[in-house]
Design a protein around this ligand. Structure first.
Ligand code: FEC
Length: 306
């Protein structure tokens, strides 16, 4: 019979219902509960994006189902079983590994639904997955990044080109963005920023865009310095100093429709642009587009064959 391969598909995680927002937020804050004001603010953001539903849940479910289907279709010599492992919500990363052990899985590949590596993002997911798999005797290897995979770049380029059509041929400034992280990662030699610039440049070139730049978004509200410039400042600067009228934003660090895209970009950045009289468009998220799922499938298979 076919060898069973567990695939731990890791993602940020989101609450399932409103009552879980506090526990979720507490987990993100490493066990420190939010103040009632902070909790109300976050709950309000979820209400604003989709009337209090959590779109990341469905999107991750669809991506994971599509990945399992693609892996088994493309490589029928194996029996691939995908398990979810979420960073801040149930089923947690450790739950995914435990379920594999219960199902008798001996060998597994891990992959995160975020293309660019940082020790503070992907590194954290992998560390938790390895700790649990070592404990339970599962042989696990993890994909670290896939930001330059040709299918991913092709899809991002398509997304950019189709969004450009919405400007009726007018001059457009392109901005790529990703989740900010504490600036100290640069001193640690972290590849996050370089990988983001590398994939942004590749997409801009493939789409024939000359004027582009990179900005950070969604920085934490803590006292430590975060990587900048922040997208909200960049939009104001483009308006005041360069008289830019049209902006296309590609949140290249994210793969799904979720709070950081649907709120931070579609509500917050849109409001800023509206106030400045600028036209802002955003590239469509990758979600479960076949080229994204094939990127994941290729990376999993490649690691398996190494
Ligand atoms: O839709 C959803 O429910 C979840 C949206 C969501 C995604 C996401 C991705 C990333 N984060 C990253 C880093 C940090 C750091 C902190 C932090 C805080 C939050 C909070 C919420 C939140 N993040 Fe997130 N992130 C998402 C949601 N994130 C909510 C807490 C409130 C707030 O600050 O807005 C700061 C934690 C701390 O206090 O120490 C750091 C990175 C990513 C992209 C990579 C990945 O997907 O893993 C990096 C989606």
């Amino acid at each position: 019979s076919k060898e069973q391969i567990g695939v731990l598909v890791m993602s940020y995680g989101t609450p399932e219902k409103k009552e879980q927002v506090e526990a979720y937020y507490t987990h993100i804050r490493r066990g420190n509960p939010p103040t009632p004001e902070q909790l109300a603010e976050l709950t309000g953001r979820y209400e604003a994006i989709a009337g209090g539903v959590f779109p990341l849940r469905e999107n991750t479910n669809r991506q994971v189902e599509a990945l399992q289907e693609t892996l088994n279709r493309e490589h029928p010599e194996y029996d691939f079983r995908c398990y979810q492992g979420l960073k801040h919500a149930s089923p947690f990363i450790e739950d995914g590994i435990s379920q594999m052990a219960k199902d008798g899985i001996k060998r597994a590949i891990g992959i995160v639904l975020a293309p660019h590596y940082s020790v503070m993002s992907i590194g954290g997911y992998i560390q938790r997955a390895k700790a649990k798999s070592d404990e339970l005797g599962i042989e696990l290897t993890c994909v670290e990044s896939y930001h330059m995979h040709s299918k991913l770049l092709t899809l991002l380029t398509e997304r950019v080109q189709s969004a450009l059509q919405r400007f009726d041929g007018e001059k457009v400034r392109m901005i790529f963005s990703a989740h900010s992280l504490p600036a100290k990662i640069l001193e640690m030699g972290d590849p996050y920023q370089d990988q983001l610039l590398e994939s942004s440049k590749a997409v801009a070139e493939a789409a024939g865009i000359e004027e582009w730049q990179f900005a950070w978004q969604s920085a934490g509200r803590t006292a430590v310095p975060w990587l900048g410039p922040d997208i909200t400042d960049v939009l104001a600067t483009l308006h005041h100093e360069e008289q830019v009228k049209n902006v296309l934003l590609c949140p290249i660090g994210f793969v799904s429709d979720h709070l950081e895209v649907l709120y931070d970009v579609d509500i917050e950045c849109q409001a800023i642009c509206k106030g400045l009289g600028m036209h802002l468009e955003r590239t469509e998220s990758l979600n479960d587009h076949p080229l994204y799922i094939e990127t994941l499938s290729d990376c999993v298979y490649q690691l398996l064959k190494q």
